[in-house]
Write a protein that binds this ligand. Structure first.
Ligand code: SF4
Ligand code: SF4
Length: 376
């Protein structure tokens, strides 16, 4: 079922989802970025905002239009709503010499993700493979994920750091959604083509004020997507299989290690990075103790700490671990790339390190580079 709705129709959609008992998480322009948080109506969507993104740079910009989805990759991904930054794993109390251990039940709020991009939808698919693995199911993720109502939105204006086309994850959502929206902009103003992708999506859409989509509406959406594909900011070379043999002694690893601060920003913003550590805290009296799972990063020295010290002591080894795991060994573990081409790690790297540029440089054998006089 494909219908066309106005901005009021978007509001009706949000109201219907709220009436269904859901908390709506959607995009907002706030604190100088597009971020995701609870929204109660379509008036909170980032109408009239887009952004400029580049390596180490993010700047909101006014469009002067009524478009609500003119931005590209928001600053935050959706993973924190399913895999929170901090999760209480257990609490132990001691009373009269007896120790009681409680493992909290994961809370599972009923939510709708409103406005998820196709790259981020692909990222959810990757997290599903990791956290819903039957042999190692994560209780928090498993309690939250199945019920999430997904409203996806196609990207009309990819950012300078986007490369979803290279990763075959965008710019249009093709599956995994309950509803998918395309923002249509022409002389008649702004309206929304809404397609259902599930029975519950179709049911919701049937209750909204809408018109049947015309051929002209579909053609407008297709043109917008062609434009998006043609204006993709970056690309990542696809022959990463052969690159698995990337030379560990290639001088580019030293070059990138000189620039990398090992701050871990790239892993925090990445919609698929899922590394964590555990933190133990005990009250001063020793009567209470808690264990928390906390996001961690493979860029931290402690992350690979085993008995006797860290396995990856240099930034070079940690950058190499991240890049090769994300793009190459992830294929062996999860049968997919660990990257969906959202570009966040490029935008939010304080020194603008760009994995597409690093791969392009690493793919040129060091001998060829020196023969050609190319600076490594
Ligand atoms: S590695 Fe970078 S571009 Fe790829 S999914 Fe993560 S943040 Fe996005
Ligand atoms: S690549 Fe950039 S964001 Fe990632 S750890 Fe290095 S400096 Fe930080």
């Amino acid at each position: 079922m494909t219908h066309v709705v106005t901005a009021d129709g978007l509001d009706e959609l949000i109201t219907a989802l709220r009436d269904d008992g859901r908390t709506i998480i959607g995009p907002q322009a706030r604190d100088g970025v597009i971020t995701h948080d609870v929204i109660d109506s379509a008036t909170e969507l980032p109408r009239g905002w887009t952004e400029e993104q580049n390596g180490g740079r993010y700047q909101l910009q006014a469009t002067g239009t009524d478009e609500r989805f003119a931005y590209s990759s928001p600053s935050t991904s959706w993973k924190r709503f399913l895999y929170p930054e901090r999760t209480l794993m257990l609490r132990a109390t001691r009373d009269n010499g007896k120790v009681q251990v409680d493992i909290p039940e994961p809370d599972a709020p009923s939510v709708a993700f409103f406005g998820i991009r196709s790259c981020d939808l692909a990222a959810l698919g990757i997290l599903d493979r990791v956290f819903l693995d039957p042999d190692a199911t994560d209780p928090t993720y498993a309690a939250r994920r199945p019920d999430v109502f997904i409203v996806a939105v196609g990207c009309n204006n990819p950012g300078n750091t986007c490369f979803c086309v290279s990763m075959d994850t965008g710019p249009s959502p093709t599956s995994g959604f309950d509803l998918a929206i395309s923002e249509l902009v022409d002389d008649d103003g702004v309206r929304y083509l809404v397609e259902s992708g599930s029975d519950r999506g179709a049911e919701l859409l049937a209750g909204i004020s809408s018109k049947s989509a015309t051929d002209a509406d579909h053609a407008r959406a297709a043109t917008a997507q062609e434009h998006a594909v043609a204006s993709m900011g970056r690309e990542l070379r696809s022959d990463l299989g052969p690159l698995a043999a990337l030379d560990a002694d290639h001088p580019r690893w030293d070059d990138v290690a000189d620039r990398c601060l090992a701050c871990g920003n790239c892993t925090m913003v990445c919609p698929t990075c899922f590394c964590s550590t555990t933190e133990e805290s005990t009250s001063l009296t020793g009567a209470e103790s808690e264990r928390w799972r906390v996001w961690d990063s493979c860029y931290s020295l402690e992350f690979s700490h085993m008995h006797g010290g860290s396995a990856r002591t240099s930034i070079k080894s940690r950058y190499r671990q991240w890049l090769l795991h994300k793009l190459v060994t992830w294929q062996d573990q999860f049968d997919s790339s660990g990257c969906v081409g959202c570009g966040r790690c490029i935008t939010w790297c304080p020194v603008g390190i760009d994995l597409t540029a690093e791969i392009a440089a690493l793919a040129v054998p060091a001998t060829e580079r020196s023969n050609e006089g190319v600076e490594a």
